[in-house]
Design a protein around this ligand. Structure first.
Ligand SMILES: C[S@@+](CC[C@H](N)C(=O)[O-])C[C@H]1O[C@@H](n2cnc3c(N)ncnc32)[C@H](O)[C@@H]1O
Length: 219
Protein backbone atom coordinates (compact mmCIF):
# COMPACT_ATOMS: atom_id res chain seq x y z
CA UNK A 1 0.00 0.00 0.00
CA UNK A 2 1.46 3.35 -1.08
CA UNK A 3 1.27 6.18 1.44
CA UNK A 4 0.54 9.52 -0.23
CA UNK A 5 2.04 12.92 0.61
CA UNK A 6 -1.36 13.92 2.00
CA UNK A 7 -1.28 10.96 4.41
CA UNK A 8 2.29 11.82 5.42
CA UNK A 9 1.20 15.40 6.14
CA UNK A 10 -1.62 14.05 8.32
CA UNK A 11 0.79 11.76 10.24
CA UNK A 12 2.92 14.82 10.97
CA UNK A 13 -0.07 16.78 12.19
CA UNK A 14 -0.83 14.14 14.84
CA UNK A 15 2.73 13.46 15.96
CA UNK A 16 1.98 14.88 19.44
CA UNK A 17 -1.09 12.68 20.00
CA UNK A 18 -1.31 10.65 23.20
CA UNK A 19 0.42 7.25 22.75
CA UNK A 20 -2.89 5.48 23.53
CA UNK A 21 -4.70 7.38 20.72
CA UNK A 22 -1.96 7.54 18.11
CA UNK A 23 -2.38 3.97 16.76
CA UNK A 24 -6.12 4.60 16.19
CA UNK A 25 -5.42 7.91 14.42
CA UNK A 26 -2.68 6.45 12.25
CA UNK A 27 -4.77 3.36 11.40
CA UNK A 28 -7.61 5.64 10.24
CA UNK A 29 -5.18 7.60 8.07
CA UNK A 30 -3.59 4.44 6.63
CA UNK A 31 -6.70 2.35 5.97
CA UNK A 32 -9.63 4.77 5.56
CA UNK A 33 -8.28 8.07 4.31
CA UNK A 34 -7.73 7.28 0.60
CA UNK A 35 -11.07 5.57 -0.13
CA UNK A 36 -12.96 8.46 1.51
CA UNK A 37 -10.82 11.25 0.04
CA UNK A 38 -11.50 9.90 -3.45
CA UNK A 39 -15.23 10.63 -3.10
CA UNK A 40 -14.89 13.74 -0.95
CA UNK A 41 -12.53 15.80 -3.14
CA UNK A 42 -15.11 16.82 -5.78
CA UNK A 43 -17.31 18.38 -3.08
CA UNK A 44 -14.76 20.56 -1.27
CA UNK A 45 -16.16 24.07 -1.75
CA UNK A 46 -14.21 27.09 -2.96
CA UNK A 47 -15.35 29.28 -0.09
CA UNK A 48 -17.58 29.41 2.98
CA UNK A 49 -18.02 27.18 6.02
CA UNK A 50 -17.70 23.41 6.37
CA UNK A 51 -18.97 21.40 9.35
CA UNK A 52 -17.54 17.95 10.11
CA UNK A 53 -20.17 16.40 12.41
CA UNK A 54 -18.79 13.45 14.38
CA UNK A 55 -15.29 14.45 13.28
CA UNK A 56 -13.48 12.11 15.69
CA UNK A 57 -9.83 13.18 15.74
CA UNK A 58 -10.56 15.71 13.00
CA UNK A 59 -8.69 13.96 10.20
CA UNK A 60 -11.12 14.96 7.43
CA UNK A 61 -11.77 18.45 8.84
CA UNK A 62 -8.01 19.04 8.83
CA UNK A 63 -7.63 17.54 5.38
CA UNK A 64 -10.31 19.86 3.92
CA UNK A 65 -8.75 22.92 5.54
CA UNK A 66 -5.31 22.08 4.19
CA UNK A 67 -6.82 21.58 0.71
CA UNK A 68 -8.43 25.03 0.82
CA UNK A 69 -7.15 27.38 3.50
CA UNK A 70 -9.82 29.98 2.68
CA UNK A 71 -12.51 27.76 4.19
CA UNK A 72 -13.77 28.10 7.74
CA UNK A 73 -13.86 24.54 9.06
CA UNK A 74 -15.56 23.40 12.27
CA UNK A 75 -15.26 19.91 13.67
CA UNK A 76 -17.68 18.56 16.29
CA UNK A 77 -17.60 15.28 18.20
CA UNK A 78 -19.16 14.18 21.47
CA UNK A 79 -16.02 12.30 22.46
CA UNK A 80 -13.96 14.67 24.60
CA UNK A 81 -11.00 12.34 24.30
CA UNK A 82 -11.07 12.60 20.48
CA UNK A 83 -11.74 16.34 20.42
CA UNK A 84 -8.83 16.91 22.80
CA UNK A 85 -6.53 15.23 20.29
CA UNK A 86 -8.12 17.21 17.44
CA UNK A 87 -7.61 20.46 19.35
CA UNK A 88 -3.86 19.83 19.51
CA UNK A 89 -3.80 20.24 15.71
CA UNK A 90 -5.78 23.51 15.63
CA UNK A 91 -2.75 25.77 16.01
CA UNK A 92 -1.31 24.29 12.81
CA UNK A 93 -4.44 24.09 10.64
CA UNK A 94 -6.82 26.70 12.06
CA UNK A 95 -9.76 24.27 12.28
CA UNK A 96 -12.07 24.97 15.22
CA UNK A 97 -12.88 21.82 17.19
CA UNK A 98 -15.77 21.66 19.68
CA UNK A 99 -17.29 18.96 21.89
CA UNK A 100 -20.66 20.72 22.24
CA UNK A 101 -23.13 22.04 19.69
CA UNK A 102 -25.97 23.06 21.98
CA UNK A 103 -28.01 25.15 19.58
CA UNK A 104 -26.72 24.06 16.14
CA UNK A 105 -26.74 27.73 15.13
CA UNK A 106 -25.38 27.71 11.60
CA UNK A 107 -26.51 29.22 8.37
CA UNK A 108 -25.09 29.14 4.90
CA UNK A 109 -22.99 26.02 5.46
CA UNK A 110 -21.51 24.88 2.16
CA UNK A 111 -20.67 21.31 3.15
CA UNK A 112 -21.51 19.03 6.07
CA UNK A 113 -19.63 15.76 6.59
CA UNK A 114 -21.23 12.79 8.33
CA UNK A 115 -18.49 10.21 8.06
CA UNK A 116 -19.15 6.92 9.88
CA UNK A 117 -21.21 8.68 12.56
CA UNK A 118 -24.87 8.08 11.66
CA UNK A 119 -24.76 4.44 12.84
CA UNK A 120 -24.55 5.81 16.39
CA UNK A 121 -27.81 7.77 16.02
CA UNK A 122 -31.23 6.13 16.11
CA UNK A 123 -33.78 6.79 13.37
CA UNK A 124 -35.39 9.76 15.13
CA UNK A 125 -32.00 11.33 15.89
CA UNK A 126 -30.88 10.83 12.29
CA UNK A 127 -34.02 12.57 10.96
CA UNK A 128 -33.71 15.44 13.45
CA UNK A 129 -30.04 15.94 12.63
CA UNK A 130 -30.61 15.86 8.87
CA UNK A 131 -33.43 18.40 9.24
CA UNK A 132 -31.13 20.74 11.19
CA UNK A 133 -28.42 20.27 8.59
CA UNK A 134 -30.89 20.99 5.78
CA UNK A 135 -31.94 24.26 7.46
CA UNK A 136 -28.33 25.28 8.09
CA UNK A 137 -27.08 24.64 4.57
CA UNK A 138 -26.77 27.28 1.89
CA UNK A 139 -28.88 26.75 -1.21
CA UNK A 140 -27.02 24.07 -3.18
CA UNK A 141 -25.10 23.11 -0.01
CA UNK A 142 -23.97 19.50 0.22
CA UNK A 143 -24.27 16.78 2.85
CA UNK A 144 -21.60 14.12 2.39
CA UNK A 145 -22.45 10.86 4.13
CA UNK A 146 -20.21 7.82 4.48
CA UNK A 147 -21.69 4.89 6.33
CA UNK A 148 -21.73 1.11 6.50
CA UNK A 149 -23.58 -0.65 3.70
CA UNK A 150 -26.26 -2.75 5.42
CA UNK A 151 -26.89 -6.07 3.70
CA UNK A 152 -26.92 -9.82 4.33
CA UNK A 153 -23.29 -10.17 3.27
CA UNK A 154 -20.61 -11.80 5.38
CA UNK A 155 -18.65 -8.54 5.25
CA UNK A 156 -21.55 -6.71 6.86
CA UNK A 157 -21.87 -9.38 9.57
CA UNK A 158 -18.16 -9.07 10.28
CA UNK A 159 -18.30 -5.25 10.44
CA UNK A 160 -21.28 -5.44 12.79
CA UNK A 161 -19.37 -7.82 15.07
CA UNK A 162 -16.27 -5.61 15.04
CA UNK A 163 -18.24 -2.42 15.81
CA UNK A 164 -20.07 -4.11 18.71
CA UNK A 165 -16.72 -5.20 20.09
CA UNK A 166 -15.34 -1.65 19.74
CA UNK A 167 -18.30 -0.25 21.66
CA UNK A 168 -17.85 -2.87 24.38
CA UNK A 169 -14.18 -1.99 24.65
CA UNK A 170 -15.08 1.74 24.72
CA UNK A 171 -12.85 2.43 21.73
CA UNK A 172 -14.95 5.54 21.02
CA UNK A 173 -14.72 6.66 24.66
CA UNK A 174 -17.48 6.82 27.26
CA UNK A 175 -19.64 9.50 25.60
CA UNK A 176 -20.86 7.38 22.67
CA UNK A 177 -24.10 5.41 23.16
CA UNK A 178 -23.69 1.63 23.09
CA UNK A 179 -26.08 1.01 20.22
CA UNK A 180 -25.66 0.57 16.50
CA UNK A 181 -28.35 1.71 14.08
CA UNK A 182 -27.54 0.53 10.57
CA UNK A 183 -30.00 1.42 7.82
CA UNK A 184 -30.22 0.31 4.19
CA UNK A 185 -29.45 2.56 1.19
CA UNK A 186 -33.21 2.73 0.48
CA UNK A 187 -33.90 3.94 4.02
CA UNK A 188 -31.16 6.59 3.66
CA UNK A 189 -32.63 7.73 0.36
CA UNK A 190 -36.15 7.94 1.86
CA UNK A 191 -35.06 9.98 4.89
CA UNK A 192 -32.99 12.36 2.77
CA UNK A 193 -35.65 12.96 0.12
CA UNK A 194 -38.36 13.40 2.77
CA UNK A 195 -36.14 16.02 4.41
CA UNK A 196 -35.99 17.89 1.09
CA UNK A 197 -32.56 16.82 -0.19
CA UNK A 198 -31.82 15.82 -3.77
CA UNK A 199 -29.58 12.77 -3.89
CA UNK A 200 -26.84 13.40 -6.39
CA UNK A 201 -24.76 10.29 -5.83
CA UNK A 202 -25.17 6.99 -4.01
CA UNK A 203 -22.12 4.75 -4.25
CA UNK A 204 -21.91 1.34 -2.58
CA UNK A 205 -18.32 0.29 -2.10
CA UNK A 206 -16.53 -2.71 -0.68
CA UNK A 207 -13.15 -1.57 0.57
CA UNK A 208 -11.09 -4.28 2.22
CA UNK A 209 -13.44 -6.14 4.51
CA UNK A 210 -15.71 -3.20 5.24
CA UNK A 211 -18.82 -2.67 3.13
CA UNK A 212 -19.36 1.07 2.75
CA UNK A 213 -21.78 3.48 1.19
CA UNK A 214 -21.26 7.07 0.12
CA UNK A 215 -24.34 9.25 -0.22
CA UNK A 216 -24.03 12.78 -1.47
CA UNK A 217 -27.11 14.98 -1.35
CA UNK A 218 -27.75 18.60 -2.23
CA UNK A 219 -30.17 21.07 -0.64
C1 LIG B 1 -15.92 5.88 13.32
S1 LIG B 1 -15.64 7.42 14.11
C2 LIG B 1 -15.49 8.48 12.70
C3 LIG B 1 -14.79 9.76 13.02
C4 LIG B 1 -14.54 10.68 11.82
N1 LIG B 1 -15.76 11.08 11.18
C5 LIG B 1 -13.62 10.04 10.83
O1 LIG B 1 -14.09 9.70 9.76
O2 LIG B 1 -12.44 9.85 11.13
C6 LIG B 1 -17.24 7.83 14.72
C7 LIG B 1 -17.27 9.09 15.55
O3 LIG B 1 -18.62 9.45 15.84
C8 LIG B 1 -18.66 10.05 17.11
N2 LIG B 1 -20.04 10.06 17.61
C9 LIG B 1 -20.79 9.02 18.01
N3 LIG B 1 -22.02 9.44 18.39
C10 LIG B 1 -22.05 10.78 18.19
C11 LIG B 1 -23.04 11.78 18.38
N4 LIG B 1 -24.23 11.48 18.85
N5 LIG B 1 -22.72 13.06 18.07
C12 LIG B 1 -21.48 13.37 17.61
N6 LIG B 1 -20.50 12.46 17.41
C13 LIG B 1 -20.77 11.19 17.70
C14 LIG B 1 -17.71 9.18 17.92
O4 LIG B 1 -17.27 9.83 19.09
C15 LIG B 1 -16.60 8.94 16.91
O5 LIG B 1 -15.57 9.89 17.01
Amino acid sequence: MKISDEQLALFKLYKNAKPSEKPKIYARIIFNFQPIKKHLDPYIPNSGTVLDYGCGYGIFANYIKTKNEKLKVIGFDISKQRINEAKKTSAKTGVEFVDRLDDFKFDNLKLVLLIDVLIFLNRKEKIELLEKIYTSLATDGIVFIKDTLKSNSLRFKYTYFEERLKLKLKVYGRDVKSELNYITPDEFAKILTETGFNIINLIPENQFIYPGIFIIARK
